[in-house]
Write a new protein. Sequence first.
Length: 389
Amino acid sequence: MDSLPLSDLHLALIGLAVVLLVALYAVDKAKERRALRELDARLRGNVADALLDTAPAGRAGAAAPGRSAEPSTRTAAVPAQRTEPRLERLPELAADAAADVPGAPGARIEPAVVEPASAAGGIGAGSGGWVEDPLLDCVLEVRCAHAVDGVAVFDAAASLAQWQAALPVFLVAWDARRQQWVQPDRFGFYSDLLVAVQLAHRRQSLDEIVGSSFLAAVQQIAMALDADFDAPDVKRLVGQALELDRLCARFDVQIGMTLESAGGPWDSAQVGAAAAQAGLAGDGPLRWVGSDAAGAALFAVTAAAPASDRLAFELDVPLAPVQAQPLQAMFAAASHMAGTLGASLVDDNRRPIGAGSLAAIGEQLQGLYVEMRSAGIEPGGMRAQRLYG
């Protein structure tokens, strides 16, 4: 029998079906991108965007899944009392830090632990910016019995996304086709996952409760994907976290200066104009930031109220790159604003700060930088951003 020609109605129905299929595909892709963004935001918690600025080197042998990712053993240490020293405490802190220099009696820091450098092809190249740091992260490898699709990974990772803790967590998957660790998507197939938690930062460290709940969340992922992983001892993890917390507290240093008015309070417009003349950028109604040529924040200036007779300058030492000379930059901006506003520059004890004081503080600060680098923390680097950002 001869085939009948397609009528206009048939052609219209076929065209409509094609349009509907394309629309469904577009909607599905949009849902995937939204789900990926939400999962990434939940997993990374409050990690600063500076984590994405550079992609440090991933783990040695990251392209060969199948080995145990259990954290290395470290000696637990009792965390020091957390303090946030300002300008007058720098000599004490430098002396305390010198007592723990690698090679000195009682030294605990391992100089072989160096800050991750740039990566090409390791964890970080396609993993959403996260790169394993052996000093900061507990990384667990989840080994699947068979390849799993991205939808299954998303569903399984929901338990981790709902995990309630202030410590950032990360999840990447092994893409055998691309031969690298990547952020999973719904259309991929994966044989292994890496699930990581940062052990400590300046606001919190992992304890037994947090560690146990993290392992429980990873266990749920493994069960959902018919996978297994090597669960570390929680007490050992807590010991690592306490040691990292102690190291973090050692260098948690802020240097403060204050501008005092000699003739009554300034309004926010006066302060804003003076800050702009000194090269500072507004960061809110009562806060201004000084940055280096690359845009990295060096120090901040804050006013307590819209009309205030005092301005607080603060340098967060671990977060400011050394090469930008942040102390000198802050002093220059403070001196410029003091001249513009008719103010005096003083320390926390209301003692005047001059060039001589600056030189003494700078010498102590250089000693602190040496200690930080000996401990494997580059001021302003990625490790410092993750610990203090």
